[in-house]
Every structure is written in structure tokens, then in C-alpha cells.
Design a protein around this ligand. Structure first.
Ligand SMILES: Cc1ncc(COP(=O)(O)O)c(C=O)c1O
Length: 391
């Protein structure tokens, strides 16, 4: 029986049908059961930042696991502390880091931080979280409520109260929503799952001002956009915003599960007992993340994401049938003039062995490893061109 056939019997069907199963990866390539090679522009959904089977995090993980694997957060360990210091550096913050295991958990921690602080400063009325339409923040009950899509929420209602949504880039709507009851404003600098839509710098600047005026915190969800994906450590820095807290996950350990809430120094922040998780920054995971950060810096991957991203934008924009290409660095969406994006993605995989995903009914998302070379970008451009030409 194939892996897929066994998966259909043994795994709960929370995901749409999967056409492919992979057995091996190397750099920007994946190999299926038959040994066919695919150019991977999905990268585990913006996770495998260094490419598949990169030795740096694997060796760092193995080295650390052989010395000290897990001790719980009752104790300090060197890798966890070193990673916290490094993330504070990257985020240019002097507060502290809470480690967890996923993007949703990082955002859940951010929401709890905002609420905890709001309650301490304004009583239980100061608990609202203002989010954006078209957002995606995760699938826990709290982050699901922060997420926009109604269809993802309805089966699980009632969800926590106190979340408001305003249209992205609508400054007047934001002004109307943020007030004394606001504990936090939660935004993705580029809305990833919502279709790769960057926020306007002026909107983010207004969000910053409103949070200051109303003693609320601004949280940037950089789970998808952070750690080099957009050509800088944080996409928010490209858009000129200085949040009070940043959430990270996906690319931070290039495929090893980790999440982090990085916070500026805040009055009425978390105190002992407020929040916890068993596996936060377990030493091998923290060591792997440090190796990822070192490799991104040493290999110039921020610059590579910028250069190769711009090359992809130029090449893809010139293809007949492409209406627009948007995004920053190596987080891009290709808006199609016509045709169903899911069908085009399936054809790219089947006919050209190029992996992308449909981020909306009309747009393809490209979020390849940050080490993608120009020649590989050209291969992707040629593949999209040929599939659209014969559609
Ligand atoms: C911006 C953003 N926030 C949060 C999440 C949730 O992360 P996770 O799936 O690791 O819980 C995602 C996942 O796609 C995301 O793109």
C-alpha cells in the first residue's frame, strides 16, 4: 500500500486530499516515492528556511541532544538563554522571550500577554484584541477567533469574546475600533494565508500611534514573514513599524518545531505562573534555531531572499496570464488573470514537478527556501509560463 493510501486510513481528514508523498529532501528539492525530483517552492509552508536536510540545524540538534536533551522550564539551559538573547537582538527589544512550539501558540501567548497587561492597567474591561479582516493567526480557540475566515470558526463556536476585526489598511476603521477597552492590536505585516497582502506603512504607523494613545500593545505576527523570509529578519522593519511584541515560528528552526513570543520591556507583563509550556525551547531545538540564525547570517540569505525574490517578481510578472505579483523577498503571490489557482498548482506539480500552493482561488503562493538560486528561480518562471500557456 502507498503512503497516501495508508494515510487516508490512519490520519484524521483535517486536510484536503493529498496527491503526493515525499520520502527525501535535499536543498530546494524533494523526492517522491518513485524517486522523482520536485523543485520545492512551498518549503513546508515557509518553514524550511535553509532548504531540506541542511546539516547546520541537524548537527546542532544532534550535538546538543547527546549532551542534554530536556530538563523542563524549571531550570535554565545555555541554548534556551542564548536563543532568547539572539531573538531580542534581532527584534531590537530589551524585554524577554516566551518559547513554545508553533505559531498559534506564539500568538496565543501574545494575546494572553496583551490581556494580562490590559487587565492590570484598565480592569477587566480592557481586554479587547483588534485584528484585521483577512488575517490568519492559528487554530487554537483564541487564535482562531483572532483569525478572520468565518468558515474556519463556525464549527467550533462559541469562541472567546473580545475580538474585533477591521479591514486591512483602513485607518479610519482602525481609529474607530481602538479605544480604552483595547488591550492589543494584532497584525501580520504581510497577510500570508490571506493571499500575501503587505500592509501599508502608514497603516502600521497609525496602529503604533493608536496603541500608544490607548495604552495597548502592538503585536506583529511574523510567524510567516519573519526570520529572513521577506529579505530582512523581520518584515515589519521593512515597513518601518516597531511593535511591542513579535511572534515567530515557521522558519526559525528550519523545520524543527518551535515558536517564540519576543516582547519589549513592558510594565505589567507576564509574571511567574501566568503562562507555561512543557517543551518551550528544549535545548536541542534552541541549538538548532541558533544554527539556523547563524547560517542565515553567514550565507547572506537575507540578501539572497531580496535578490532572488526581485528576480522572481520580474520574471513572473512578464508571463502572459499573470495579472500581478505581490509580496516581499521570498514570500510572493502570483495573481492569475483567469483559471483556478489550485488546478494550476496541481498541473505545475504533475507536469513540471514544481511545487507551489494555491493561497486563494486565483493566486499561487511561492515561499521557497531562502537559499533558492537564480537558476532555480528561472526554472520556476519557465514552468509557470509553460503551464499558463497551455491552460
Ligand atoms: C501568520 C501566521 N500566524 C500563525 C500561524 C499559525 O502557525 P502554526 O500553524 O505553526 O500554529 C500561521 C500559519 O500558517 C501563520 O501564517
Amino acid at each position: 500500500m502507498t503512503i497516501g493510501a495508508r494515510g487516508e486510513r490512519a490520519v484524521l481528514p483535517t486536510y484536503p486530499a493529498r496527491a503526493l508523498a515525499f520520502t527525501r529532501g535535499e536543498g530546494v528539492h524533494l523526492y517522491d516515492e518513485a524517486g522523482t525530483r520536485y523543485l520545492d517552492l512551498v518549503a513546508g509552508l515557509a518553514v524550511v528556511s535553509l532548504g531540506h536536510a541542511h546539516p547546520a540545524p541537524i548537527e546542532a540538534f544532534a550535538r546538543q541532544a547527546a549532551i542534554l536533551g530536556h530538563v523542563s522550564n524549571l531550570y535554565w539551559t545555555e541554548p534556551g538563554v542564548a536563543l532568547a538573547e539572539r531573538l531580542l537582538d534581532i527584534c531590537e527589544m530589551d524585554g524577554g522571550v516566551f518559547f513554545c512550539n508553533s505559531g498559534a501558540e506564539a500568538n496565543e501567548a501574545g494575546i494572553k500577554l496583551a490581556r494580562r497587561r490590559g487587565r492590570a492597567r484598565g480592569g477587566d474591561g480592557k481586554h479587547e484584541i483588534v485584528c484585521l479582516e483577512n488575517s490568519f493567526h492559528g487554530r487554537t480557540l483564541g487564535t482562531l477567533q483572532a483569525t478572520w475566515a468565518r468558515s474556519k470558526k463556525e464549527p467550533f463556536e462559541p469562541l472567546p469574546a473580545g475580538f474585533r476585526h477591521v479591514p486591512a489598511n483602513d485607518r479610519a476603521a482602525l481609529e474607530a475600533a481602538v479605544g480604552p477597552r483595547t488591550a492589543g492590536v494584532l497584525v501580520e505585516p504581510i497577510q500570508g494565508e490571506g493571499g500575501v497582502h503587505p500592509l501599508e506603512a502608514a497603516f502600521l504607523a497609525r496602529a503604533r500611534q493608536l496603541c500608544d494613545e490607548h495604552d495597548a500593545i502592538l503585536i506583529c505576527d511574523e510567524v510567516q514573514t519573519g526570520i529572513g523570509r521577506c529579505g530582512a529578519w523581520l518584515a515589519g522593519s521593512l515597513l518601518g513599524v516597531r511593535p511591542d511584541a513579535v511572534t515567530l515560528a515557521k522558519g526559525l528552526a528550519s523545520g524543527i518545531p518551535i515558536g517564540a513570543l519576543v516582547s519589549a520591556r513592558l510594565e505589567d507583563s507576564f509574571a511567574p505562573g501566568d503562562h507555561a509550556t512543557t517543551f518551550g525551547a528544549t535545548p536541542p531545538v534552541a541549538a538548532a534555531a541558533l544554527a539556523v540564525l547563524d547560517t542565515i547570517a553567514a550565507d547572506g540569505l537575507l540578501a539572497n531572499a531580496t535578490t532572488v525574490g526581485a528576480h522572481l517578481v520580474a520574471g513572473l510578472s512578464a508571463i502572459p496570464g499573470v495579472a500581478a505579483v505581490r509580496g516581499l523577498g521570498l514570500l510572493l503571490a502570483v495573481e492569475l488573470e483567469r483559471g483556478d489557482a489550485a488546478t494550476v498548482a496541481a498541473r505545475l506539480a504533475a507536469e513540471r514537478h514544481v511545487l507551489v500552493n494555491a493561497v486563494s482561488s486565483s493566486a499561487l503562493r511561492l515561499c521557497p527556501p531562502l537559499c533558492l538560486a537564480v537558476a532555480e528561480a528561472d526554472e520556476a518562471i519557465a514552468a509557470v509560463g509553460s503551464v499558463l500557456a497551455t491552460g
